[in-house]
Design a protein around this ligand. Sequence first.
Ligand SMILES: [Zn+2]
Length: 312
Amino acid sequence: MRQLIALAPILFFGACTTKEEAAKTDGTIVTTVAMIADITRQIAGDNQEIINLIGEGIDPHMHQPSKSEIDKIQKAGLVLYHGLFFEGKMASVLKSRADKGNPISAVAEGLDVQLIGSETPDPHLWMDVSIWSKVAKKIGDELAAYDLENSEQYQKQRENYQQKLNDLHTYALMVIQTIPEKQRVLVTAHDAFSYLGRAYGIEVRGVQGISTVSEAGTKAINELVDYLIEKKIPSIFIESSVPEKSVRAVIEGAAEKGHIVKVGGELFSDAMGPAGTYQGTYIGMMDHNFTTIVNALGGNAPEGGFQNKLQD
Ligand SMILES: [Zn+2]
């Protein structure tokens, strides 16, 4: 009995704190990266105000949250972030929000281990459209739980969107098959494309490791140069959110040994194109990637891409 009395004020105080914290939210939905923001917008329509923190051309592995971003995370009604250590330098801010009990979800976490690998999961899940479609389902479920009144509408919009993703996935499978088999090798600045390689049947090599934090060493560059020469690979790719330096070093190294490698184009790895453009949507970003890769490696994809919306 004595114990119960002692506990009661603590429990009451706990509940009260949570309620006060929840009341402080401004009702916005904050997302960390554009790939999540776009899907959230596609599903929520005009019902929600969505604020994205890490924009075009910015590397999420390295991004240090500003004071105003921390503020937005704390005030939001709901926070949707990627997880799997993708937003490495935001972890403590996200955790402090979670500790307060306010709605927050790591939308890329909790997937089947077989899909993502268990030990240190590669965070670049959006590179396999069929996996990102499962993340779209999770985002739809989070929205429906957050705004019950509109949950039916969210479900319908989520299903429509997943249908489009399914079409894009089919397109990618088809066009990558048109690359001559020996040239199905994708060399990019950092290891963001391994899910793409696995899903669509193309070997993938990154000049840097999975995170952009470590710079490519001379030894790794030399090995890659020899590999390109051996396989007669015509093009390698730069990425919009990663400095070109190491990719240029590979091209120069190959030239010194008499093998001409071109830049096959710029791919979107961890950030999308400018907001308001087709490449500034998840579907447009991946359409651009697939179409650029296929045409630079000797395959045959329509210039306008999957739905004739790509333009130079
Ligand atoms: Zn990355």
